[in-house]
Design a protein around this ligand. Structure first.
Ligand SMILES: *Cc1c(COP(=O)(O)O)cnc(C)c1O
Length: 751
C-alpha cells in the first residue's frame, strides 16, 4: 500500500493470478500451507516482515513484483496447481456428509464458542477450548458438514506474554487491525455495514459483524467497538476472559442472544445449535423467546422444542468451572423475561440451578442451564463423561448419578493443521493417495509401518533442529531484554543439544496441570539431567491467566530453577506460547510430558498433536490418554487410584515420573546400537502415530458428533417441528409422568 498524500493505493493483482486474493481470504491456507510458499516466491523479505500474514502482504507488495511474478512460468505452474486444489475443495459436491446424509442438505448446525484458535495471526483464543473450536470448524469443512459458527471479535485479542528477569509474567495487549487480516465486514442488502443489536438496561448495544471463511465454513464474529454505542458498551467485546462478572454476563448475552439473532437476520435457519461450553447458554433463552412468539406455544413446550435443537458440550471437571452469575445481575439484564415467559421470577432463576438448590445461596449457573435444556449433552473424553455424570448427577435427582444423560465424544485435533510439513510429505509417500479425506479411518494409518526407520528419524531430527533454533532465539531475546550479558546468554543457549533426549511441557499454567511436578525431588532430577553420557533437556512454555497468581508463581519457579547452576542450559522456559510455537514444540521434542492432577484434565489435546508427529506421550492416565494408551505407544505416570490427599498424589506421581525416566525412557532412547537412533524408539513413534492418527483427530470427532448428536436432533426437528401437536402430546405425557413420579422407581444399577 502506497500513501500519496492522503490517497491510499492498494496494489492490483494481475488477472492471471487474481485468485491469490480470494484464497488469502480463506483460512483454508492455514492447513494447506503450500499456498503460503507462493508469497515467499513473490517477495521473501516482505513475507518475513509481515509475519506470514497474506492479507498484509497483498496490501504492501509492490506492483512491479506482482507484474513480474505473473509472467514467471514456474510460479504460474505452482499457482495453478494450488488454485485448482482450492477451487476443487470449496466447490466439491462429493463430501463425507453428502454421501452419508444425502437427504439432509438443507439442515444447518450452528456452533457457538467464546474463543476460536484458527491461526496465530488471529489471537482470539486462550488455550485448549479455543484450539478445539478452531479445529472443529476445519474438520466440519473437510467433511462437508453444513455448519455455521458464531463468536466474538476481541480487538485486544488474548494477551502476549513477557517473562522478566525475575520470572514474573508481564502482559501486553496489541490491538488487532481487522483490515490486515483474512476477515471481512458483513454488509446488509444496501451495502452498508450490517448492524444488529441486543437490548441492555441502559439502551441498545449495537454490533458490527465480521466474517471469516474457514474452508467451506463461515464464522461470524460480533464486535461492539462502533460509534453507535455508548462509550461503556464499546469495550464489551474487547478482551477475551477480561473484566468482572458484569462484563462476562454482557459478553455472554452478546454471544448467545445476539449471536442467535444474527443467524436469523442472515436468513439462516439452523436446525441444531451446539453450545461449546456454557458461555453461550443464553442462546437457549433467545430460542425459547423466538419459538414462543412464532409458534404461539407455552414456555414449557417452547423449552422442549429448544431441547430437541440443542447440543451442549461441557469441558470442565470442576463444579466452579462454569460461570455462575449473581441473581441481582441476572435480574438486571433479564428483568421482564419471566413475565414474557409466563413463569415466576423464581422459576426463571431456577433454570440455572440444581433442583434442590436453596435460592438465596445460589447463583445462575450457565452450565446447568444448558444441561437442563439441551437435548444432547456430552463430556470430551470417556473418563470425563463419567466424571461429568457424577459431578452433575444432582441435576437429575430422580436418576442414579451414573445414569445421568451425559454421553461423551472424545476430543481430537485437526491433523493437517498440526502435522509438520515435512512429515506430511513423508506420509504422502507411504499412506494411500488422498489419505487426508479419510483421516478418521484407522486403517489408513497402518501404512506408517512401511516408513523406513531411518527416514522417519531424519524427518524428526529436522523438526528437532528447527525447534532448538526457536528455543535459542526466544531465550536469547528474553534474557537480553532482561539485562543478561552476552557471556551469560551464550553459556545458557550453548547447552542446547540436538542429541539429548528432549522433553516438552507446554500448556496453560493452570495449577491442576502441575507444571513443576518434575522438580519435586531436585536431587533426583539433577542426576537425571546431568548424566553426561545420556543427557536430557526440558523445554517449558505457557501463559497463566492474568488473574491467576498461583499459575504465575509456577512460571517464576521454573525460571528460577532454570537459572540454578546445575540446570543452566538444560531447562528452558519460552515466553509467549501460541499456536505457532505449539506447532514447533509438538513436533520437535522427543517426549511430550503431561502430568495433570487426575481426573482434572477433561481431555487435553496437545498430546494428540505430539503423537501424530511421532512425539511419544508420557502422561497421567487422564483425559484422552486414558483411552489412547495401549502399552506400546508411550508411557503412563502414576495409577488410576483416586486420592483424597494432594501431597500423597504428588509424591506418588513424581516418583513414577523419575522411575519411568530412569528405567524405561532414557535407556530406550539411548539404545542406539550402531545407528544414530534406537529402533525400539522408532517402533514406539510409529505405534504412536498409528494408534492415535485416526482415533484422536477432529475428523473422527466430527463424524461422532454428526452421527450421535447432530443428526438424531435434526431428525427430531425435521419430524416434529412442523406439526407441534405431537410435541404437545409428548409434553402432556411428560407432565403426567412427573405428577406420578412417586410411584415410579429407578434405582442405581449395581456395578
Ligand atoms: C493445543 C494447545 C493447547 C491445549 O493443550 P492442552 O494439552 O489441552 O493443555 C493450548 N494452547 C495452545 C497454543 C495449543 O496449541
Amino acid at each position: 500500500m502506497y500513501i500519496f498524500n492522503r490517497i491510499t493505493v492498494t496494489p492490483q493483482l494481475p488477472k492471471r493470478i487474481d485468485n491469490l486474493g480470494k484464497i488469502a481470504n480463506n483460512l483454508w491456507w492455514s492447513w494447506n500451507t503450500e499456498f503460503l510458499k507462493l508469497f515467499k516466491e513473490i517477495d521473501i523479505d516482505l513475507w518475513d516482515r509481515v509475519n506470514k500474514n497474506p492479507i498484509k502482504f497483498l496490501k504492501l507488495v509492490s506492483q512491479e513484483k506482482l507484474e513480474a511474478i505473473a509472467k514467471n512460468q514456474a510460479f504460474l505452474k505452482e499457482y495453478d496447481k494450488i488454485n485448482g486444489h482450492f477451487e476443487g475443495y470449496v466447490n466439491s459436491k462429493n463430501t463425507w456428509f453428502s454421501r452419508e446424509y444425502p437427504n439432509n442438505k438443507s439442515n444447518l448446525i450452528a456452533y457457538f464458542s467464546a474463543e476460536y484458535g484458527l491461526d496465530e495471526i488471529l489471537p482470539i483464543y486462550s488455550g485448549g477450548l479455543g484450539i478445539l473450536s478452531g479445529d472443529h470448524l476445519k474438520s466440519a469443512s473437510d467433511l462437508g458438514i453444513p455448519l455455521v459458527a458464531v463468536g466474538l471479535f476481541y480487538k485486544n485479542g488474548y494477551f502476549h506474554q513477557k517473562i522478566n528477569g525475575y520470572g514474573d509474567q508481564e502482559t501486553e495487549y496489541k490491538t488487532i487491525d481487522g483490515t490486515t487480516l483474512p476477515i471481512q465486514i458483513v454488509k446488509d442488502k444496501n451495502g452498508n455495514d450490517l448492524i444488529i443489536f441486543v437490548k441492555f438496561p441502559k439502551g441498545k448495544l449495537y454490533l458490527k459483524v465480521w466474517q471469516i471463511n474457514v474452508g467451506r465454513v463461515k464464522l461470524y464474529l460480533l464486535d461492539s467497538d462502533i460509534d453507535e454505542n455508548l462509550e461503556e458498551y464499546r469495550c464489551v467485546t474487547k478482551t477475551l476472559y477480561g473484566g468482572d462478572q458484569e462484563m462476562r454476563i454482557k459478553q455472554e448475552i452478546v454471544l448467545g442472544m445476539a449471536g442467535t439473532n444474527l443467524l436469523k437476520v442472515l436468513d439462516l435457519n439452523p436446525t441444531v445449535y451446539h453450545m461449546n461450553e456454557g458461555h453461550s447458554s443464553f442462546l437457549i433463552l433467545e430460542l425459547i423467546k423466538t419459538i414462543m412468539n412464532e409458534k404461539k406455544v407455552s414456555f414449557d413446550i417452547a423449552k422442549d422444542i429448544v431441547g430437541s435443537k440443542t447440543v451442549f458440550t461441557t469441558h470442565t471437571p470442576v463444579p466452579a468451572g462454569n460461570d455462575i452469575f449473581p441473581l441481582d445481575l441476572v435480574e438486571k439484564y433479564f428483568k421482564n423475561y419471566w413475565t414474557r415467559f409466563g413463569i415466576t421470577k423464581e422459576e426463571f432463576f431456577r433454570l440455572g440451578m440444581k433442583p434442590d438448590a436453596i435460592i438465596e445461596n445460589s447463583g445462575f449457573n450457565m452450565g446447568i442451564l444448558a444441561l437442563k435444556v439441551a437435548g444432547k449433552k456430552n463430556g470430551v473424553s470417556k473418563l470425563h463423561g463419567e466424571v461429568s455424570r457424577e459431578l452433575f448427577g444432582e441435576v437429575w435427582p430422580n436418576i442414579a448419578s451414573n445414569e445421568s444423560p451425559i454421553t461423551y465424544v472424545t476430543n481430537g485435533i485437526h491433523t493437517c493443521s498440526w502435522l509438520a510439513g515435512n512429515l506430511k510429505d513423508l506420509y504422502n509417500k507411504y499412506l494411500i493417495p488422498f489419505w487426508q479425506d479419510s483421516i478418521y479411518d484407522n486403517n489408513i494409518w497402518e501404512n506408517i509401518k512401511n516408513i523406513p526407520n531411518e527416514e522417519l528419524w531424519n524427518e524428526h531430527k529436522k523438526r528437532k533442529s528447527k525447534l532448538l533454533e526457536l528455543v535459542k532465539d526466544n531465550t536469547t531475546k528474553r534474557l537480553k531484554r532482561n539485562g543478561y550479558s552476552y557471556e551469560e546468554i551464550s553459556s545458557i543457549v550453548c547447552g542446547l543439544n540436538e542429541d539429548a533426549l528432549t522433553i516438552g511441557f507446554a500448556r496453560r499454567f493452570a495449577t491442576y496441570k502441575r507444571a513443576t511436578l518434575i522438580f519435586r525431588d531436585l536431587e533426583r532430577i539433577t542426576q537425571i539431567l546431568n548424566d553426561s553420557k545420556r543427557p536430557v533437556q526440558l523445554i517449558f512454555a505457557g501463559k497463566a491467566h492474568p488473574a491467576d497468581k498461583e499459575g504465575q508463581d509456577l512460571i517464576k519457579y521454573i525460571h528460577e530453577i532454570s537459572m540454578k547452576p546445575q540446570f543452566k542450559g538444560k531447562i528452558f522456559l519460552l515466553e509467549d506460547y501460541d499456536i505457532a510455537m505449539s506447532r514447533y514444540l509438538v513436533s520437535g521434542v522427543d517426549v511430550w510430558l503431561n502430568n495433570p492432577r487426575r481426573p482434572m484434565e477433561a481431555s487435553g489435546t496437545s498430546g494428540q498433536k505430539a503423537s501424530v508427529n511421532g512425539v511419544i506421550n508420557f502422561s497421567v492416565l487422564d483425559g484422552w490418554w486414558a483411552e489412547g494408551y495401549n502399552t506400546r505407544n508411550g508411557w503412563t505416570i502414576g495409577t488410576n487410584l483416586e486420592y483424597d490427599n494432594y501431597e500423597i498424589q504428588d509424591n506418588n506421581d513424581s516418583e513414577s515420573i523419575y522411575m519411568t525416566l530412569e528405567k524405561k525412557i532414557i535407556p530406550m532412547y539411548y539404545n542406539k546400537e550402531e545407528n544414530d537412533f534406537s529402533n525400539n524408539w522408532i517402533q514406539m513413534m510409529k505405534n504412536s502415530i498409528i494408534s492415535t492418527g485416526g482415533r484422536f483427530s477432529t475428523a473422527r470427532m466430527l463424524v461422532d458428533y454428526t452421527k450421535n448428536l447432530y443428526m438424531p436432533l435434526c431428525d427430531l426437528t425435521n419430524k416434529y417441528y412442523e406439526d407441534l401437536s405431537i410435541v404437545t402430546e409428548f409434553n402432556e405425557w411428560k407432565q403426567n409422568l412427573i405428577r406420578n413420579w412417586d410411584d415410579i422407581q429407578i434405582t442405581r444399577r449395581r456395578k
